[in-house]
Write a protein that binds this ligand. Structure first.
Ligand code: MD3
Ligand code: FE
Length: 200
């Protein structure tokens, strides 16, 4: 494992070894069988290219009514618990933080991307966010505390963990593109990104 620091972003390359990634995918299949992926729309009604679901006390929802955290899936079922291996990883990489209340699951097909945005729907922005990449590689762009300015990009690979703390927690960021067929972890290809968050 290698730890890189780009500004306040801490990138743990290959945190999860291939076998641990496969076990994680297995536990995510269980989560998704109870809380299936759905396609969010922006408040203006545009479908997002990423499909989403969640685990934990809260999941993040976007629809015509706006962005918010909800205690249940759009179907009405409570979000399943966050897999234990993710809680253990969180406690190891951010030992001073509160336990995560949400594990947001983003699924990218080969054409999906995520525009530059900030994450600020959580009540306490001093708590870190931790992400896990699984499957195909993704070009992650790190920006600044305000829109625009110089950015830096890095390819995130399957098994990588990124800790967003300090200024990085409030920085603009996005995913420019996926590299199709760059991983064999997911039988039908694509990429899963998990983000662990404290919501309240
Ligand atoms: C920086 N996800 O879910 S992970 C998101 O790969 C999101 O799906 C991207 O941006 C993805 O909101 C990027 C890295 C990441 C995640 C959350 C952050 C960077 C972040 C929250 C605050 C600052
Ligand atoms: Fe984000």
């Amino acid at each position: 494992m290698t730890v890189l620091r780009v500004r306040d972003f801490e990138i743990h390359q290959s945190y999860f070894a291939p076998e641990a990634q496969a076990r994680l995918v297995h536990s995510l299949r269980e989560v998704l069988s109870k809380a299936p992926l759905f396609q969010p729309v922006t408040p203006r009604g545009t479908p997002m290219s990423v499909r989403m679901s969640a685990a934990g006390d809260y999941g993040w929802i976007s629809d015509r009514k706006g962005y918010r955290y909800e205690p249940a899936h759009p179907s009405g079922v409570p979000w399943p618990p966050i897999p234990e291996s993710l809680i253990a990883m969180w406690r190891e990489v951010v030992p001073d933080a509160r336990d995560p209340e949400c594990c947001l699951i983003n699924w990218y097909d080969e054409t999906a991307k995520m525009g530059m945005h900030q994450d600020r729907d959580e009540a306490d922005l001093t708590q870190p966010v931790v992400s896990v990449s699984l499957g195909d590689e993704a070009l992650f762009r790190m920006g600044n505390l305000t829109r625009g300015g110089k950015t830096e990009s890095i390819w995130l690979r399957s098994g990588d963990v990124v800790v967003m703390d300090g200024d990085a927690r409030r920085a603009y960021h996005g995913i420019d593109r996926i590299r199709p067929n760059s991983s064999t972890l997911l039988p039908n290809g694509g990429r899963i990104n998990l983000t662990l968050r404290v919501v309240t």
